[in-house]
Design a protein around this ligand. Sequence first.
Ligand code: AMP
Ligand code: ZN
Ligand code: FE
Ligand code: FE
Length: 293
Amino acid sequence: MKIDLHIHSNFSDGDYPLKKLIRKIKRKKLDVFALTDHDRTDGWLEARQRASKAGISFIPGIEITTEWRLGVSKPFGMHLLAYLPDKDNAELQAILVQNQNEREVRLKQYIQNLQRDYPALTFDKVASMSKEGSTLGRPDIARVLVKLKLAKSVGDAFDGILSKRSKHYVRNEAPDVLEVIAAVRKAGGVPVLAHPSRGDGDKVSFEEAVFDQMRQAGLLGIEVDHIEVKGANREWLVAYATKHNLIMTGSSDYHGRKAKKDNPLALHTTTPEMLKRILELGTGTEPHLEKKF
Ligand code: AMP
Ligand code: ZN
Ligand code: FE
Ligand code: FE
């Protein structure tokens, strides 16, 4: 049983449209996948239809851009996975629309900064290389930098021109993670903190009190098996999740190998026991299941 619960299509910053993506998922012999595009749900319908035709189980998901603000002078970004929420819930919808708008504002500002040194880069070029209406992020700028021969690959663009340390960098402003966790729960969804890590190292991601407050807000799980979660950090997260009986997931965070070469499909997977818990707790929308869990 192969279960991968964190996958992106071109409805956000993934390389592939759903048709091609689901063909790849089928070829990889995944039994269950979740579509978790950034800050939107409009890939769900097509994903459900195609998954059903291909005989693969499908879990509707979202990766929501959020940040931690409490007690820190500079907020830090967190990604929150939400499985099986009601996409029409008004509060959740408002968060997603706000994030979609903020992503566009941020990308325009980011491109303006870059234009001072790379005048060939324009917002129109970035928009025209991305699916219409998709949520935009740094990978979308990176693709244009590659096309303009300003970077050799998307990965190189991230290491250089688009690095967080570069003077051009603009961060995404986002809603407070505690509010988003609560909103996801109210919408019947299962909030799972995505890839908790600080930088590239294996040092423990956030203080225990941060996780305690997220749990009190309604956090139900942690993505402990992910390429960015390593060593002592991973051990700490597994111990914390075990102590508090949180769901633990493992996923690839697949975006296509052009966008993220080190994240092949099924790089990490989730156990059927953990999926079963998500299915029991997620009541906002129906999954498409090929078998009973
Ligand atoms: P943003 O949220 O726009 O700042 O960009 C972050 C997005 O880029 C996330 O969805 C990551 O999955 C993706 N990403 C992060 N690092 C890399 C990398 N080295 N190469 C390609 N994509 C990356
Ligand atoms: Zn992404
Ligand atoms: Fe993420
Ligand atoms: Fe992701």
